[in-house]
Design a protein around this ligand. Structure first.
Ligand SMILES: Cc1cc2nc3c(=O)[nH]c(=O)nc-3n(C[C@H](O)[C@H](O)[C@H](O)COP(=O)(O)OP(=O)(O)OC[C@H]3O[C@@H](n4cnc5c(N)ncnc54)[C@H](O)[C@@H]3O)c2cc1C
Length: 512
């Protein structure tokens, strides 16, 4: 059995930012189930929100974050995010991240529900790729960090209720156990649980399922943010049409060519994402909905090179054409429940980034706060791990959190996964009600009877998607109100008191 001081599952912004710190005190093994370049981080377009203009700016960023979260934001976590953000972004700059500049000054743009232009971006609309590349360059130069690509975290190892490492499946299909003084889940989100998503294929909620199966608390899983404007052409991927397009003045038009957002919210196209997503869904019942930038006198190809290159594949241009859009699953506000130091309910286990739920986003994430979250809370989790990690001798009586199953037939897995994703989209998506959620519950129970059993990455992902789907549906059913990204047609009102859902070992409760 291998032994390291720190095991990090995931190589996006949270995992890399943690590994950089952990390497100063011990041996770090960072595993990524795909190539390291593949993560939600690498696809982030619009930018990173950060208040670099002093105290007043920080206070406003906090208020915007609180307002977007619809009563459910953990103020302590949000304050940590906005206060420590500038320092962490200064570090990124020192490590060579090249944010866009004009006349030497950092450029800042604005996105939905931000009261100020505070979003830094890189290469126009390729912010995440630039951040990931510079972090990775930094990590690769650290001899104390071993990077293992194509290595999937399967199960957590438990000893007397403590997490002491994980089992991993390597690229050749071999299983190995790694013992660690502290284990960090930085495995990102779960957009693949829905048939329509902006997330890449790696976002299958593995870390959430691993933690939940080991007995950890997960929280606020009913809150999935649906990005209002994913590209919507039949047969094309749901490529993200960044909120920064609306920040630069893009309008939303319905099939009649009418600008409809004035009927839905005073902030118009820059209203909170859930409001815009529901408005597009409603208007979309009568035909396609479009983004319109034809009136903007700016070099849009230079400002949005990635989006422009994508659209060119479909012979579309931002400055000339209407761009068809509709919502897609984008960001999970819920996740493995942690405090602001990344500590989960299981000793030895930490979580940071999109896999975690500190409550920083409440019921709805403020645009561009999640890269910052990975950066800030990845660092904080690392500091807590460094304080707590024991380097004790050999451990005994270790068990995997869920029993490993043998080999089986992978052939039907893709159909099985496609069924799960489409039932989640139809019955546990943007607009929910008890009838649909009960139907989703039944269909998930039926799918459980044919749960893929093989010990392959895809079968593991299928099982994890199922676990995550079950928790999302149970949490969405239990929350009999509408709040933030969770909208119930049968309970459109807000409860007077905002409470977090917590699920542990199949039991759901609400806490303040
Ligand atoms: C298209 C798109 C655009 C976005 N734009 C923005 C934006 O402009 N601003 C913003 O703030 N946020 C944006 N986001 C959200 C943001 O990118 C993510 O929330 C953030 O990058 C998550 O970082 P992370 O480190 O937590 O996870 P990720 O970056 O997703 O990294 C997860 C890592 O874990 C690995 N992994 C997963 N499961 C396993 C496993 N079982 N074993 C081993 N490794 C595993 C993955 O391979 C990956 O390396 C966007 C997201 C998308 C999809």
């Amino acid at each position: 059995m291998d032994r390291v001081d720190f095991l990090v599952v995931g190589g996006g912004i949270a995992g890399l930012s943690a590994a950089i710190r952990l390497a100063s005190v011990g041996k770090v093994l960072l595993v990524s189930k795909d190539e390291l370049a593949e993560s939600n981080t690498a696809y982030a377009q619009g930018g990173i929100a950060v208040a670099m203009g002093g105290d007043e700016d920080v206070a406003l960023h906090l208020e915007d974050t609180m307002a977007a979260g619809d009563g459910l934001v953990n103020r302590e976590a949000a304050a940590v995010l906005v206060e420590q953000g500038p320092l962490r972004v200064e570090e990124l700059l020192a490590w060579g991240t090249a944010f866009d500049r004009e006349h030497g000054e950092l450029m800042r743009t604005r996105e939905g529900a931000h009261s100020r232009s505070r979003i830094l971006h890189a290469n126009g609309d390729a912010t995440g790729r630039e951040i990931a590349t510079s972090l990775l360059r930094h990590v690769r130069a650290m001899p104390a960090v071993e990077l293992m690509e194509w290595t999937t975290g399967v199960d957590l190892l438990l000893e007397n209720g403590h997490v002491v490492g994980a089992t991993l499946l390597d690229g050749e299909g071999a299983l190995r156990s790694v013992m660690a003084g502290a284990t960090l889940l930085a495995s990102g989100g779960a957009g693949q649980v829905y048939s329509d998503t902006t997330n890449p294929a790696v976002a299958t909620g593995d870390g959430i399922a691993m933690a939940y199966c080991a007995g950890a608390e997960v929280s606020d899983m009913e809150f999935y943010q649906f990005h209002p404007t994913a590209f919507a052409l039949e047969g094309a991927p749901r490529f993200l049409m960044s909120e920064a397009l609306r920040g630069e003045g893009a309008l939303l038009l319905n099939a009649k060519g009418e600008r409809f957002m004035p009927r839905y919210h005073p902030l118009l196209e820059l209203a909170p994402r859930d409001v815009v997503a529901r408005a597009i869904t409603r208007e979309g019942l009568d035909g396609p909905v479009y983004l319109d930038m034809r009136h903007i006198q700016k070099d849009l190809k230079a400002r949005f090179p990635g989006i422009s290159a994508f659209l060119a594949r479909y012979e579309l241009e931002l400055s000339r054409d209407l761009i068809p859009v509709r919502p897609a699953a984008h960001y999970l506000m819920g996740g493995v429940r942690t405090d602001i130091h990344g500590r989960t309910s299981l000793p030895g286990l930490y979580a940071a980034g999109e896999v975690a739920c500190t409550g920083v986003h409440g019921a709805n994430r403020l645009a561009s706060n999640s890269l910052l979250e990975g950066l800030v809370f990845g660092a904080l989790a690392a500091e807590a791990m460094m304080r707590a990690a024991t380097r004790s001798g050999e451990k005994t009586a270790i068990s995997a959190s869920s029993p490993l199953v043998g080999s089986g037939d992978d052939l039907d897995i893709e159909t099985w996964i496609a069924d799960l994703r489409s039932l989640m989209w139809l019955d546990a998506g943007l607009l929910r009600d008890a009838v649909g959620l009960h139907r989703a519950e039944d269909r998930l129970a039926k799918l459980a009877l044919s749960l893929p059993q093989a010990m392959t990455r895809r079968a593991i992902e299928a099982r994890n998607l199922h676990t995550v789907a079950v928790v999302i549906v149970a949490s969405a059913l239990a929350r009999e109100e509408s709040r933030g990204a969770h909208y119930r047609n049968d309970f459109p009102q807000h409860d007077a008191v905002a409470r977090h859902s917590v699920m542990e070992n199949g039991q759901l409760r609400f806490v303040d």
